[in-house]
Design a protein around this ligand. Structure first.
Ligand code: FAD
Length: 623
């Protein structure tokens, strides 16, 4: 049976990749269909109810700069906001929000339902229609054939999904959802490299059974950070705190005593799990010398008692989970509302994809999200947006586009995946980017919004707000450059109280702002030097652009120098363990491969340009 409508783009899957993909294609004016198992699970957070964090927050801002959904949905759903690394430089500052799970889903669904050119349809996709190495549509579980120019697959952890709780396992896409078996079989017939990965989630707890007086409280920031460039604090719902507890010797003993009942340690699970989000049994075994691990207790929402204990993801049997939970302070009588579990699923080697996320062997077929070997909502959303945009460009018969490594963290992610591939769930870190000073959260719009406008992702409202901001930044920079503090100025005494060393000659306000002891706000406290920019984002930009100009220029020189280091020799007995700043993953890979030159090191799978930079700095120190 044929469906009555022909689409430009069909997106399969309504998770974080699928919702961004569908919204992006529709924003670009393409007749788009979002086909998903269940309309009620659009935008569902499969694991922890949080968005952002280091590296991930950068991706969210970039999604927003390109007109995406995630940041705005988080502003509407966030119940605790924080800026991580706030005492460090702007390059590594990152926004993180605890979200109300239900509000987040509602915000995503509302965005989609109100998006022009987008239709939503609840059906499982069981098959792809491929003709002459080109995808031309999909077949749903009731045999409906729906045709389109491009198809984006974003089916997450669902392909041949296998859920493990202790030694018992069953098929599932995630707890409470069916797996995707027919589609998985069909994809295994296509010339694609497929493997298995694994991820896990902790048990959830009923807050009414927890003794909060035993827990450490963790409040959000005040004033609360805002995620979207178009957002404001007034978008946020009521703010509530999170809490902290710890595992202890007893917890670890329970785990050690039951390892033979862990599907991972018993060899039942084949897929590799996320290195940076290990299960509690993994942490206890890998860091055997640590007597305790910090566990963040995160509320799942404003209208539920459920809590998410961040840090005790596990696939141990339920009776062991009860013992683990009840061994922690404040949790002695805790009731588990949902058991923790691990899930194994199929993923595709992302080296089979072009930089546009189009498959190299099947034209018009795009892949995004967890099926490309990544982990995390933000990584999925970023890929979804780029895949949806490129599916739309392809449907329009236009050239594809994706950002480069020096333009966006999304560019780093695309380049890492499509050139290096991944053997373990890939997540974003600031350390993966070599141009960190250029790729900041605060300037994501300056880096990307104009490009987004050019391809049709950015609407008039965002475009106008962006241009107004740019004009404010430019005029304020000009004003600070042209305004001078003179030795005879009436406010000189007031200014000198803010300076480490009093002025001995005249200075422009731009020069003064470069001084570490001054901020834009503190300078503008001197009334005569105003008026101060009231636009918070523009004021922040003025300050960062002026203060960090020198560093940014030096980074550019470093990039050029790095390109000249192809033949720099690496001693064969080099001790990589002594290089601080390299991840254990990178150290292990370098020690294993023992590359002869820096050029060869840079081409080892998983050795990022950022790691090469650190290597070069270390070599320079050695002389
Ligand atoms: P998903 O969010 O999985 O969405 C897939 C969508 O596709 C769903 O809407 C589904 O219904 C739909 N679908 C699937 N098959 C079909 C089909 N055949 N037809 C129609 N629709 C279909 N991330 C972390 O960063 N840290 C963690 O610790 C972590 N732990 C996790 C633990 C578990 C148990 C799970 C399940 C996920 C975990 N994640 C974690 C991953 C995070 O949930 C994913 O990275 C993110 O949800 C991926 O987004 P996605 O859009 O690719 O896929």
């Amino acid at each position: 049976m044929n469906y009555h409508e022909y689409f430009d783009v069909i997106v399969v899957g309504g998770g974080h990749a699928g919702t961004e993909a569908a919204a992006a294609a529709a924003r670009m004016g393409q007749n788009t269909l979002l086909l998903t198992h269940n309309v009620d699970t659009l935008g569902q957070m499969s694991c922890n109810p949080a968005i952002g964090g280091i590296g991930k927050g950068h991706l969210v801002k970039e999604i927003d700069a390109l007109g995406g959904i995630m940041a705005q949905a988080t502003d509407l759903a966030g119940i605790q906001f924080r800026t991580l690394n706030s005492s460090k430089g702007p390059a590594v500052r990152a926004t993180r929000a605890q979200a109300d799970r239900a509000l987040y889903k509602a915000a995503v669904r509302s965005k989609l339902e109100n998006q022009e050119n987008l239709k939503i349809f609840q059906q499982a996709c069981d098959d792809l229609i491929v003709e002459n190495d080109r995808v031309v549509g999909v077949v749903t579980q009731m045999g409906l054939k729906i045709r389109a120019k491009s198809v984006v697959l974003t089916v997450g952890t669902f392909l041949n999904g296998l859920i493990h709780i202790g030694m018992a396992n069953h098929s599932g896409g995630r707890a409470g959802d069916p797996p995707s078996i027919s589609l998985a079989h069909r994809l295994r017939e296509l010339p694609l490299r497929i493997d298995r990965l694994k991820t896990g989630t902790p048990p959830r707890i009923d807050a009414r059974t927890v003794d909060f007086s035993e827990l450490q409280i963790q409040a959000g920031d005040n004033p609360t950070p805002v995620f979207s460039f178009l957002g404001s604090r007034t978008d946020h719902p009521t703010q509530i705190p999170c809490f902290i507890t710890h595992t202890n010797e007893r917890t670890h003993e329970v785990i050690r005593n039951n390892l033979d009942r862990s599907p991972m340690y018993a060899g039942v699970i084949e897929g590799i799990g996320p290195r940076y989000c290990p299960s509690i049994e993994d942490k206890v075994m890998r860091f055997a010398d640590k007597a305790s691990h910090q566990i963040f207790i995160e509320p799942e929402g404003l209208t539920t008692h459920e809590l998410y204990p961040n840090g005790i993801s596990t696939s141990l049997p339920f009776d062991v989970q009860v013992q683990i939970v009840r061994s922690m302070k404040g949790f002695e009588n805790a009731h588990i509302t949902r058991p923790g579990y691990a899930i194994e699923y199929d993923y595709f080697d992302p080296r089979d994809l072009k930089q546009t996320f189009e498959n190299k062997f099947i034209q018009g077929l795009f892949f995004a999200g967890q099926i490309n070997g990544t982990t995390g909502y933000e990584e999925a959303g970023a890929q979804g947006l780029i895949a949806g945009m490129n599916a739309a460009l392809s449907a329009q018969g236009k050239e594809g586009w994706s950002p480069e490594r020096d333009e966006a963290y999304i560019g780093v992610l695309i380049d890492d995946l499509s050139t290096l591939g991944t053997k373990e769930p890939y997540r974003m870190f600031t350390s993966r980017a070599e141009y960190r000073l250029l790729l900041r959260e605060d300037n994501a719009d300056i880096r990307l919004t104009a490009k987004g406008r050019e391809v049709g992702l950015v609407d008039d409202h965002r475009w106008q707000a962006f241009n107004e901001k740019l004009e404010l930044i430019e005029s304020e920079r000009q004003r600070l450059k042209a305004t001078w503090a003179h030795m005879g100025s009436p406010y000189l005494d007031q200014l000198n109280t803010k300076l480490k060393n009093p002025l001995t000659r005249e200075h422009s306000l731009e020069e003064l702002l470069r001084r570490p002891e001054l901020t834009y706000d503190s300078l503008m406290e001197i009334e005569a030097l105003g008026p101060k920019l009231e636009h918070v984002q523009a004021a922040e930009q003025v300050e960062i652009q002026i203060k960090y100009q020198g560093y940014i220029e030096r980074q550019q020189e470093e990039i050029n120098r790095q390109k000249r280091n192809e033949h720099t020799v690496l001693p064969t007995d080099f001790d990589y363990t002594t290089i601080s700043g390299l991840s254990n993953e990178v150290k292990a890979k370098l020690a294993d491969a023992r590359p002869e030159t820096v050029g060869k090191a840079s081409r080892i799978s998983g050795i990022t340009p950022a790691a090469v930079s650190i290597l070069l700095i270390h070599l320079k120190k050695l002389g």
